[in-house]
Design a protein around this ligand. Structure first.
Ligand code: PEP
Length: 262
């Protein structure tokens, strides 16, 4: 069974003091939980947090929220994979806020995924449809939800240059855009149906056994009240948490609930 993964995406939040308190609280609370936890603070806090988490439990790691794909050069304001890897093991790529606010397309995201893998970083690749779908069924596929083609092309486009050997080093985060930061989380059933479709695509791209090893998370308004609805679904391998990852008590509760949920 794939071990559940809980990602905390702090986005552009926290001052240094808050970041230290939050990371230290999580570190002190999660040692014995059977889940992997990845904290993704703003770039600028990676260095102090890497020092604080140096002797942290082995199930707690740091991730970046983004990076550029080239090693170095005239890219004012950007951070390269070989810079990130000094401080973090994971990197979120293709988050919907990067796609919409910074116009990142699948080709660019694929270049970043490739660069992350080349540098030994685990990419957490986000995909998600913009609009909530009805539970209408596809003709001939009665158990499949109708989801936007855009979602599937995001997955295929973001992974198009990835080899079968590397595919299971990637984590996918299914994050419906309509559920991010809105309080309107998908139901566990909806997320599980879409994730089954995504896994089918991964099987087409990389083969069934490889696709079975890839973690696919759900993200979008997850909190301690609803997290079990997702992690109880065998198709869903964890959650990516935004707003609720900024409150230590709430995030720790999410991790505990998730650890008990499988
Ligand atoms: C996110 O940051 O990707 C996210 C899912 O945010 P929230 O949990 O606040 O919806």
């Amino acid at each position: 069974m794939r071990r559940p993964i809980i990602v905390g995406n702090w986005k552009m939040n926290t001052n240094l003091a808050d970041a230290i308190v939050l990371a230290t609280s999580v570190k002190n609370a999660v040692a014995d939980l059977g889940v992997e936890i990845i904290l993704c603070p703003p770039f600028i806090w990676l260095y102090p947090l890497a020092e604080i988490l140096e002797k942290s439990p082995s199930n707690l790691k740091l991730g970046a929220q983004n990076m550029w794909f080239a090693e170095k050069g005239a890219m004012t304001g950007e951070v390269s994979p070989n810079m990130v890897k000094v401080l973090a093991k994971y990197v979120i790529l293709g988050h919907s806020e990067r796609r919409s606010n910074f116009l990142e397309d699948n080709n660019l995201i694929c270049d970043k995924v490739t660069a992350a893998l080349e540098n030994g970083l685990t990419p957490i690749v986000c995909v998600g449809e913009k609009h909530k779908r009805s539970l209408a069924k596809k003709p001939g596929r009665p158990n499949k939800l109708v989801t936007e083609n855009d979602l599937f092309s995001q997955l295929k486009g973001s992974l198009k240059n990835i080899s079968r050997n590397d595919a299971d080093k990637i984590i996918i985060a299914y994050e419906p855009v309509w559920a991010i930061g809105t309080g309107d989380a998908a139901t566990g059933g909806y997320a599980a149906e879409v994730i089954k479709d995504l896994r089918d695509i991964l099987a087409d791209l990389f083969g069934g056994p490889v696709s079975e090893r890839i973690h696919i998370l759900y993200g979008g308004s997850v909190d301690s009240e609803n997290v079990r609805e997702f992690v109880f679904q065998p198709e869903i391998d964890g959650v990516l948490v935004g707003g609720a990852s900024l409150k230590a008590k709430e995030f720790i509760k999410i991790c505990r609930e998730a650890a008990g949920g499988r």
